[in-house]
Design a protein around this ligand. Structure first.
Ligand code: GDP
Ligand code: IMO
Ligand code: MG
Length: 436
């Protein structure tokens, strides 16, 4: 793998399930051999966990390359930048000894996620019939404002009177919306919002000091022969267009979103590495076709530590869904796969993969269906394989894996149709297999 990855100057790392595939760990490992890491969409809904030695870092907005000294980390125009959370995260990293001087850039074209977006997100969920189970980070309302052409961008902060006017108008619109939803703010909530707005205004100069044209910077880096990683958040099944709509996030998580979300043409991307967990998880509402029964669900959650990195919510677990993975290979144009958390399956006597879906009328599908509601009714067609019942955490080459684990990976590769380039067998940086 390493020789190929090294030849690829611009690589997208994209989640291929419902998020939490281990993108943070994969980006952290790959960041060592690149110069720039840039996030292309999402906001503080993401939670990317990275272990460095015994320390654990959970990154929400700052790219997972930040833990490698000297690497430049960018937040692209496709991101919705939560000002308050961003600087909280920034300062927490500095407090833990990470030198960020000159290393972080945010796009002038990125839209700001402001305190009222969080309030609106929670209000929308409270009033919804089909609750999405969002992270409550204001993502939907921020992207609504962007698409509605009333958003506020980082570049707007450069003109103080205009910025103040946009902020006042935005806050007023949010208050009106809350009244229309029948959920007006009470006195304490109104005061908390006011304070949060003031704190946001106070960050104006600080954010401007980091503002750059990310598309231009990435273009220059690539022209200079530097290597760039474009880091996705969430996953393919949460993509606004390609996911299990409406139980999705509000951005294009898939690889094409990297070009738009950074500001480079798609022809500049050399490789697309899809990250899949060796099984499946989902947090939030919506169908999980390969979901386990209650007992197995609890067991896997325990084995895999499957609790949301952002909200702490338990993740639902299921078998590896090859229908979804093959779909992800297609819509992302995957050139390679990174399989994570193989070690979590170490103790299971039998392991299944889902190769197709059976609908209640007996018909079957091998392609991921567009009808999300139908997806909720399917029965997975499972292929069973014997487990390896041995520890894999020490393996550093495919040959060091138990034969049955290799057979399982071969099946994932054959069913997905993309070559496996990396296998992760634990949380540590060293627990990685690079496939030649
Ligand atoms: P992301 O959002 O895609 O970056 O994934 P998360 O960080 O939300 O969730 C992945 C979790 O699995 C994190 O707690 C990681 O530390 C952990 N993890 C990543 N790779 C491995 C692995 O190969 N084995 C194990 N056991 N844990 C892993
Ligand atoms: P990372 O980057 C897993 C889910 C939420 C909800 C839906 C919409 O860590 O993989 P939103 O707050 O985005 O409007 O919520 O998307 N979701 C995630 N699930 N990992 C994530 O990010 C997620 N970000 C959002 O649970 O179902
Ligand atoms: Mg996560």
């Amino acid at each position: 793998m390493s020789s190929r990855m090294n030849a690829d100057r611009c690589t997208v790392v994209v989640g291929c399930q419902w998020g939490d595939e281990g993108k943070g760990k994969i980006v952290d490992v790959l960041a060592e051999s690149v110069d720039v890491v840039a996030r292309y969409q999402g906001g503080a809904n993401a939670g990317h966990t990275v272990h460095v030695g015994d320390a654990e870092f959970i990154l929400h907005q700052i790219p997972s390359g930040i833990l490698h000294a000297g690497k430049r980390c960018l937040l692209g125009n496709g991101v919705v930048l939560d000002l308050l959370q961003f600087f909280e995260e920034y300062d927490a990293l500095v407090a833990r000894g990470i030198d960020l001087e000159g290393r972080v850039g945010v796009s002038l074209r990125a839209h700001l996620l402001l305190p009222w977006h969080r309030v609106l997100d929670r209000a929308a969920e409270a009033g919804a019939r089909d609750k999405i189970g969002t992270t409550g980070r204001g993502i939907g309302p921020a992207y609504e404002d962007k698409a509605g052409r009333r958003g506020i961008r980082v570049a707007d902060a450069a003109n103080l009177p205009r910025f103040e006017e946009l902020m006042t108008r935005g806050a007023e619109r949010a208050r009106e919306r809350l009244v229309a939803l029948g959920l007006p703010l009470d006195g304490a909530e109104a005061q908390a919002l006011e304070e949060a707005l003031e704190r946001s205004m106070g960050l104006r100069e600080r954010i401007l000091s980091l503002a750059v044209d990310t598309g231009l910077e990435v273009d220059h880096a690539l022209r200079d022969g530097q290597r760039v990683l474009l880091e996705g958040a969430q996953g393919t099944a949460l993509d606004l267009d390609h996911g299990t709509y409406p139980f999705v996030t509000s951005s294009n998580t898939t690889a094409a979103g990297a070009a738009t979300g950074i500001g480079v043409g798609p022809t500049r991307i050399d490789a697309v590495l899809g990250v899949v967990k060796a099984y499946t998880t989902r947090v939030g509402n919506g169908p999980l076709p390969t979901g386990f029964d209650e007992e197995m669900d609890a067991r896997m959650r325990e084995l895999g530590g499957e609790f949301g990195a952002t909200t702490g919510r338990p993740r639902r677990c299921g078998w590896f869904d090859a229908v979804l993975a093959r779909y992800a290979a297609r819509v992302n144009g995957l050139t390679g796969l990174a399989v994570t958390k193989l070690d979590v399956l170490d103790t299971l006597p039998e392991i299944a993969l889902c190769t197709g879906y059976r609908f209640p009328d007996g018909s079957t599908a091998s392609e991921f269906p567009a009808d999300t509601w139908a997806l909720g009714d399917i029965e997975p067609i499972l292929e069973w394989m014997p487990g390896w019942e041995q520890s894999t955490g020490g393996a550093r080459t495919l040959e060091e894996l138990p034969e049955r684990a290799r057979r399982y990976l071969d099946r994932i590769e054959a069913l997905t149709g993309a070559p496996i380039r990396m296998v992760s067998v634990g949380t540590r940086r060293s627990q990685i297999i690079h496939v030649a």
